[in-house]
Design a protein around this ligand. Structure first.
Ligand code: SF4
Length: 172
């Protein structure tokens, strides 16, 4: 049987695509290749933001409700609002790349599954909550039952084996 297909945040493969052009260790990526056919994807590069690039962040648009629909993705240095373009790009990529699982970068405003800081505003230092990044949110929206994990959780003892099992079960 062919290996399950898993989409992975591109910076976890050792590719230079982060906002600060820092190259991350590729050990995790190399160890996962035995189990999966890995498809790297960087939503921020795909959106044309460049590398290195000014940082982006999540902000809360309205303060009278707690739903994540009120989250906006912005680039404070340029004043750009990226939410609609990012959401459209992510959905288009996900629909055209069927996968059996997702391995995403912890805390990123694009890839983070949980614990991504939401600021009170583009220029504010105040944090008003935690959400998913926009790519991770698109994964959850389109494929709510698909196995998805971040690199932080995958580094815990036994997590790789458990994730391999979940992905194999989902594929079947
Ligand atoms: S976390 Fe996601 S958006 Fe950020 S560099 Fe990695 S792949 Fe790109």
């Amino acid at each position: 049987m062919s290996k399950p297909v898993v989409i992975i945040s591109q910076c976890l493969t050792g590719a230079v695509c982060r906002w600060d052009a820092l190259q991350l260790d590729a050990c995790l990526y190399e160890s996962l290749q035995a189990h999966f056919t890995l498809i790297p994807f960087c939503p921020e590069l795909a959106l044309g933001l460049g590398c290195p690039r000014p940082t982006i962040r999540l902000i809360r648009k309205f303060f009278n409700t707690e739903t994540s629909d009120n989250i906006e993705l912005v680039q404070p240095q340029t004043g750009r609002v990226l939410t609609a373009n990012m959401d459209a790009l992510c959905e288009s990529f996900l629909r055209s790349h069927p996968a059996d699982g997702y391995i995403l970068k912890y805390k990123s405003p694009s890839c983070g599954l949980t614990n991504v800081k939401v600021y009170m505003g583009a220029q504010s230092k105040e944090i008003c909550g935690f959400e998913s990044g926009r790519f991770a949110a698109a994964v959850r929206r389109l494929y709510p039952n698909a196995p998805a994990i971040d690199d932080f959780r995958l580094a815990q003892p036994g997590a790789i084996e458990e994730f391999v099992e979940r992905v194999s079960k989902y594929k079947r």
